[in-house]
Design a protein around this ligand. Structure first.
Ligand SMILES: *[C@@H]1O[C@H](CO)[C@@H](O)[C@H](O)[C@H]1NC(C)=O
Ligand SMILES: *[C@@H]1O[C@H](CO)[C@@H](O)[C@H](O)[C@H]1NC(C)=O
Length: 462
């Protein structure tokens, strides 16, 4: 769940139940802390393409089936002036012709041997909701993460469409686009390609990176064989009577955004002897700080599921425009004591080594696993998590998504790009910063008492 795990794209790997307020047309919803009131004006379903065409059925790949069975919701905020809703919706209709799977429908009914996506025909479609807020967008900037975010996108809980979007128009003309997409249809990398294409279409620009649907890379070896234990790492073993699920009342879970300046990140990198990427260094830092904030006992084993984009690791590589899922996890782990004792360089090295192990051979073994066991009921490990991951963490990077290319024109600027509120403990999303000096924003979900501690130590270089 974690790797692309998102531009909005929450790594597209958020898991857990996303509880949302059900937006029915014309309901008036009042937000609490930020006083955001959002009024739904209309909703419609876009069904691009010929309704008389014969629907086609595509079985989900083993990578789709590894994606968690949830929607990922992201928010883009644009200051005015922005194009009118009609232009955004007309552009969306056109763009969906290039991305037919986003208007498809999932069929995972038990009678099917393998779950599949049905594209074309008269079913499916993408939901478009238009909404208005009586405040000015500037009243809410910089956007602070809040449960109110759930007012800004259609509810995943009652979703019937794999892609749903809400256009929230503020009094000033500013716009927040809140979009949800089912993770089994697209990972974060894929969604970044989609949002860029939608924005280019609205601007009347050429779509410079159209999606690639070719799956010729998904080829098992002959005979297929697994060098790694994918039952257990990615999927729960058959007939396992699981597990150590931890569930708390969602009100005990909070979301926070930690801002790291470019200068602070340079300090961290120097501390890690400059040997690791910014991402590895920053995750090493946060893994240690969150372990302290959670007050894990010395001998507790803590693990990070780091989502890794498989496209660049396969040989030959798959284009980043491949649309669908191609993400696996790296699994660095250590006891809490070792993690703290070995300092930042040690933590960054563990992450680096684990990511390095997700190579062509590992991914090929996973492809072969899909060939050997595709007819079984595959339950991704995410689906048996409770809403508390501790002592584990799940990490997604949205740093490589070209979010800055998501420009619908009109002259307004992208002012924020965030996941929605997530009532699930243990997620870390690394986002491009919107501060003065660039930097990086990190979205973290923790129990409230641990979040309080993390706020105090998040910038300590110890
Ligand atoms: C929004 O901003 C405009 C221009 O500054 C101002 O006239 C108006 O009162 C503001 N509206 C609200 C609801 O604050
Ligand atoms: C799982 O349980 C089913 C039904 O009880 C049984 O047919 C199947 O052989 C079991 N599979 C494994 C791997 O034990």
């Amino acid at each position: 769940m974690l790797a692309c795990r998102v531009i909005l794209f929450l790594a597209w790997t958020l898991h857990g139940s996303i509880s949302c307020i059900n937006l029915s047309p014309c309901s008036l919803l009042h937000g609490a802390s930020t006083n955001m009131d959002v009024h739904v004006l209309s909703s419609r379903v876009l069904r691009p393409g010929d309704p008389n065409s014969a629907p086609s059925k595509a079985p989900l790949t083993v990578f789709d089936r590894f994606a968690s069975n949830i929607y990922i919701a992201v928010l883009f905020a644009f200051s005015p002036p922005t194009p009118p809703n009609d232009a955004l919706i007309a552009g969306l209709s056109k763009t969906l012709l290039l991305f037919p799977t986003l208007a498809g429908r999932l069929d995972d009914s038990r009678r099917l041997r393998r779950p599949c996506l049905i594209v074309g025909g008269c079913g499916g479609g993408a939901l478009v909701v238009e909404a208005a807020a009586s405040s000015n967008l500037s009243d809410h900037l910089p956007l602070e993460v809040s449960p109110d975010f759930q007012l800004l996108h259609p509810s995943p809980a009652s979703a019937v469409h794999v892609f749903q979007v809400q256009l929230n128009r503020f009094a000033c003309g500013g716009l927040i686009i809140g979009a949800t997409a089912h993770h089994r249809v697209a990972d974060g990398q894929s969604m970044s390609i989609f949002f860029t294409a939608w924005a280019q279409t609205v601007r009347g620009a050429f779509v410079d990176r159209p999606p690639v649907y070719d799956q010729s890379w998904l080829k098992p070896r002959c005979p297929p064989h697994c060098e790694f234990n994918h039952w257990g790492l990615e999927f729960t073993p058959l007939n396992s009577s699981s597990v150590n699920q931890i569930d708390v009342d969602p009100s005990e879970i909070t979301n926070m955004l930690i801002r790291y300046s470019a200068d602070f990140i340079q300090k961290l990198r120097r501390k890690a002897e400059g040997k690791y990427t910014t991402f590895e260094t920053l995750i090493g830092h946060l893994w240690r700080k969150i372990t302290v904030a959670r007050r894990l006992e010395d001998r507790v084993q803590t693990m990070v599921r780091v989502s890794v984009n498989g496209r660049t690791r396969l040989k030959p590589p798959v284009p980043n425009e491949f649309f669908g899922n191609l993400v696996l996890n790296a699994y660095p782990q250590a006891t809490a004591k070792d993690l703290i004792d070995e300092g930042l360089p040690g933590a960054a090295m563990m992450i680096h080594e684990a990511i390095r192990r997700v190579d062509d051979r590992y991914i090929q073994s996973f492809i072969d696993f899909g060939e050997l066991y595709g007819d079984e009921e595959l339950v991704p490990v995410y689906d048996v998590d409770g809403n508390v991951l501790s002592p584990m963490l799940e990490v997604d990077s949205w740093l490589r998504f070209r979010f800055e290319d998501v420009d619908f024109g009109g002259g307004g600027a992208l002012r924020a790009f965030l996941p929605t509120w997530v009532p699930f403990e243990g997620l870390v999303m690394v986002l491009p910063g919107f501060g003065e000096d660039g930097g990086i924003d990190v979205f973290v979900t923790l129990l409230e008492e641990h979040a309080k501690m993390l706020r105090q130590i998040s910038h300590s270089l110890d």
